[in-house]
Design a protein around this ligand. Structure first.
Ligand code: BTN
Length: 240
């Protein structure tokens, strides 16, 4: 895998750009980073607000050959971001299963992972990471004002985007390439950061409320309702 990072001023979506690169052959970079996105995408078909200069919009391209548990990819990426926010911004963040990073004033980061297959075999994971770095809550569009936040809002500090991007890429390398944690340790660390464990949650696919009790060994959210226990691997889960 190359060490090359592609920096773009503006792009539709770093995930889409990375997808095109993977499908067109040629040298695959380690990451694609953009200063702004015109069509930043989020989970469940939502868009990701990606204005110029205020956020980190990047896609880390992971060769999945040495990945044991594909389901753990997004969770591991969340952990990589949470660790960087802790070490370099002195922020204690929590992970809202499966892919949001929360600070006390709201969601600061979202992660969207796409798997790329070639001849029916999964070849790459495109890990799209969006972090709101500078600006204030009041600057957000009306529909996300109440839920989203920025590092600046939380700390009154404007962090260097390029520095944080570099540290996140380094930590992703440590986790995915250098295997600084076993999968068991990843799950343990994610549990320590979990925003959901011990809370009542609403599982949309089931259309009802459960109590979140654990993270499974493959990154699923283990929920309970009386005697019934389920492991949720995809879809939307909200705080009740
Ligand atoms: C979510 O919160 O639902 C996931 C948001 C993921 C946003 C990032 S920004 C970089 C990459 N490119 C995209 O179009 N989306 C991801």
């Amino acid at each position: 895998m190359s060490e090359k990072i592609i920096y773009l001023k503006e792009i539709d979506s770093t995930n889409v750009y990375a997808d095109r690169l993977c499908r067109n052959g040629g040298e695959i970079p380690l990451a694609v980073v953009a200063d702004s996105q015109t069509k930043g995408s989020g989970r469940m078909g939502r868009s990701f607000h990606s204005p110029k200069g205020t956020g980190i919009y990047m896609t880390y391209i992971l060769d999945t050959e040495n990945v044991e548990t594909l389901n753990l990819i997004t969770t591991s990426a969340g952990l990589a971001v949470a660790e960087v926010l802790e070490e370099y911004c002195s922020l204690v963040s929590s992970i809202k299963w499966p892919n949001d990073i929360l600070l006390s004033s709201g969601k600061v980061c979202g992660i969207l992972t796409r798997l790329i297959t070639e001849e029916g075999k999964i070849k790459f994971a495109l890990i799209g990471i969006g972090i709101n770095v500078s600006g204030k809550k009041k600057d957000f569009p009306e529909e996300i004002k109440d839920v989203a936040t920025t590092l600046e809002e939380e700390t009154e500090t404007i962090f260097d985007k390029n520095f944080l991007t570099q540290k996140i890429i380094e930590n992703l390398n440590e986790i995915f390439i250098n295997k600084k944690y076993t999968e068991k340790q990843i799950v343990e660390n994610v549990k320590k950061h979990s925003a959901m464990l011990g809370k009542n949650v609403f599982v949309k696919s089931e259309d009802r409320e459960f109590f979140a009790v654990d993270i499974s060994s493959d990154g699923g959210l283990v929920v309970r309702d009386g005697e019934e226990t389920k492991v949720i691997h995809s879809g939307e889960v909200e705080f009740s």
